[in-house]
Design a protein around this ligand. Structure first.
Ligand SMILES: Nc1nc2c(ncn2[C@@H]2O[C@H](COP(=O)(O)OP(=O)(O)OP(=O)(O)O)[C@@H](O)[C@H]2O)c(=O)[nH]1
Ligand SMILES: [Mg+2]
Length: 291
């Protein structure tokens, strides 16, 4: 896969302070649900998650329309419109910022409801989160619609503990008489939850501090692990995860891959069959990861 000419792009060197690179690229395998992972490392490079001269990589994820681009603009200090990723044309947004003397690259991912991907857009977000190994995943959630937003948070928590939840739109929630207990959520999820109203720049300093804390720790919480009550299922998952890890040494989230295989996820099945899962197994960034 890849745009015309294929291959990876040279990533721009992050500049001190705000910066942004917005790219339009064409996905050469439109609608190829079964080859979701077939671009391997090249795709991660295009996503901006490959190694570069930054200290930390931050991925911005969340349901559609939760304020991800608003958060992106607030963090990078830019006001550029960031298009959605849809259909064959992918507009990706990457930016940079410095905080506490460290350089961060931030990648705005397409909105997604689930990592159990059903669309090409969701495949992009899924691949990046599962295999891109960002130092921090900021999940932007809508405080007025928590019940619709939390499933994605929980799915992401199952693959990494390096998560900050940006509890956005608290101004809207207030308007509707809703109060969200962020402390309680923090305890339940085991990761920082930062109340914010990104459009008014409320909560941005707190979000930056939480990102820096997670980026800098070597003791991120372990991924949440769903324990299956049926011992036979648990055994099957463990067995398959072991085989996935044996076949593709270094692949992140072998257990997650095993669960999807047991469910018959066609994209994951194809990536295992044609071996492209292995292309995603190489460490993507220079920072040592926990979890
Ligand atoms: N009231 C309020 N509106 C916000 C806030 N943050 C974002 N918005 C508005 O919510 C709408 C969606 O914001 P975006 O930043 O485009 O959301 P997104 O998650 O990037 O959306 P997609 O890319 O379509 O998934 C815009 O109209 C924003 O101005 C906030 O904190 N409070
Ligand atoms: Mg957006």
């Amino acid at each position: 896969m890849g745009g015309p000419g294929g291959g990876t792009e040279d990533l721009p060197t992050p500049r001190p302070g705000p910066s942004q690179d917005t790219h339009d690229s064409h996905d050469a395998a439109p609608g190829c649900a079964s080859c979701a992972l077939s671009t391997g490392g090249a795709r991660l490079a295009r996503l901006g998650l490959a190694p570069g001269r930054h200290d930390h990589v931050v991925a911005l994820a969340g349901n559609p329309n939760t304020g991800k681009s608003t958060v992106f603009n607030a963090l990078t200090g830019l006001r550029q419109h960031v298009g959605n990723w849809s259909g064959k044309t992918v507009a990706r947004a990457e930016g940079g910022f410095t905080y506490g003397g460290a350089r961060y690259r931030i990648v705005d991912l397409p909105g997604t409801y689930s990592l159990l991907s059903t669309s090409a857009d969701e495949d992009v977000a899924r691949d990046a989160l599962l295999f891109g190994r960002p130092d921090v995943v900021v999940v932007v959630v809508d405080a007025t619609r928590l019940e619709r937003n939390l499933p994605l948070v929980l799915q992401i928590r199952q693959i990494t503990g390096r998560v900050v939840v940006a509890l956005n739109l608290v101004d809207e929630a207030r308007r509707h008489g809703l109060t969200v207990d962020a402390r309680h959520l923090t305890r339940e999820l085991g990761v920082p939850v930062v109340p914010m109203a990104a459009r008014r720049n409320e909560g941005i300093p707190e979000l930056l501090a939480a990102i820096a804390q997670v980026a800098g720790t070597r003791d991120a919480p372990a991924p949440l692990r769903l324990v299956h009550k049926d011992p036979a299922l648990e055994e099957a998952v463990a067995d398959l995860a072991g085989r996935v890890a044996g076949q593709f040494p270094g692949v992140p989230n072998a257990r997650w891959v095993a669960l999807r295989l047991l469910e018959g996820d066609p994209g994951i099945e194809a990536a295992v069959r044609d071996g492209t899962l292995g292309e995603l197994a190489t460490p993507a960034t220079p920072v040592e990861r926990a979890g």
